[in-house]
Design a protein around this ligand. Sequence first.
Ligand SMILES: [Zn+2]
Ligand SMILES: [Zn+2]
Length: 105
Amino acid sequence: MVDHATLYLRALKAEFAVTGVMPENKHGTTYGPRVYKCTCTKCVPTRWRMNASSKAAMANRRASEPIPHGTINGYASFECRCPECKNAARLYQAERRAKQKEQVR
Ligand SMILES: [Zn+2]
Ligand SMILES: [Zn+2]
């Protein structure tokens, strides 16, 4: 079972893994330290609010869930660097670039 918040978090992580850019509006949210490992003055206090048990639950889930190899999720969320996952990340990046080009037009 994967809830909506987890999916969103993964999507953000996947995006960040590819772009390396943290959106301005994510500062001061729990996503700052969780997704972007941001240590700015806005983001750091949100880290303290995260309790240890939710962190442990997340680590547990990571350990118990199979890694979705060949997906951007495997690459970004599970930090797998096997050829399949690397390839998925490459495709994701290419797709993003193509979309960005379309938006410019
Ligand atoms: Zn920040
Ligand atoms: Zn993999």
